[in-house]
Write a protein that binds this ligand. Structure first.
Ligand SMILES: CC(C)(COP(=O)(O)OP(=O)(O)OC[C@H]1O[C@@H](n2cnc3c(N)ncnc32)[C@H](O)[C@@H]1OP(=O)(O)O)[C@@H](O)C(=O)NCCC(=O)NCCS
Length: 178
């Protein structure tokens, strides 16, 4: 099995590989400025950008990317990734969801599943992530997944269009936590 075949089932979600055929669904959130606001990417203006990103994801073997599919209706409602963060000697992760799916516990459910997978399959223990200071919902996801606030850092969008303070989180997690 390759990293592009991994599937993880949770109570309400199927975490599965992303593919270029997902571009239309993905564009629903990467093209939404309410979702993109605190992400490193800038709001996509064209579905072609989503196709290009998905083509990159399919080739990138340095990180595990997942589409989050809602089991109830088979709809792709978000995506995330987890991988080794060599600069911090730990595992890092990220996530984003379609706006109309916020506030239902999906992010916590998906991130816990990614962390659990990394613990069980790769012996991952140390995790770190961060969010833009005003993005408190994201901090709450990190706390609910066993990380704690360790200090402030700096966030910058990939295109340099926004810089602001970030809140950094870390945690030592064992598979038995979830
Ligand atoms: C951040 C994001 C992923 C959260 O997803 P979600 O599915 O709504 O998160 P959850 O429902 O699992 O909520 C986690 C916790 O945050 C809390 N929360 C939700 N929205 C909140 C808000 N606006 N302010 C503060 N807390 C909030 C929830 O109440 C929950 O805690 P609780 O269970 O104690 O009530 C989602 O808002 C999103 O996709 N945002 C845009 C992309 C993004 O910012 N990604 C993270 C970049 S670091």
């Amino acid at each position: 099995m390759t990293m592009h075949d991994i599937k993880i089932n949770t109570e309400r979600l199927l975490l599965r590989p992303l593919r270029t055929a997902d571009a239309e669904d993905v564009f629903e959130w990467v093209g939404d400025e309410r979702v993109a606001r605190y992400m490193v990417y800038t709001t996509y203006s064209d579905i072609e950008q989503a196709r290009e990103w998905l083509a990159f994801v399919e080739k990138d073997t340095s990180t595990y990317y997942f589409g989050f599919e809602r089991v109830a209706d088979g709809k792709l409602i978000g995506s995330g990734d987890i991988g080794v963060d060599s600069s911090k000697d730990c595992w890092g992760f990220g996530y984003n969801f379609r706006y109309d799916c916020w506030g239902m516990g999906y992010a916590t459910e998906a991130v816990k599943a990614m962390i659990h997978y990394a613990c069980v399959n790769f012996g991952a223990r140390k995790f770190a992530s961060s969010h833009c200071e005003p993005n408190l919902a994201s901090g709450n996801v990190m706390k609910k997944c066993g990380l704690h606030f360790v200090g402030y850092g700096e966030f910058e969008k990939l295109d340099g269009s926004m810089k602001m303070r970030s809140m950094e989180y870390e945690g030592e997690i064992t598979e038995s936590v979830f």
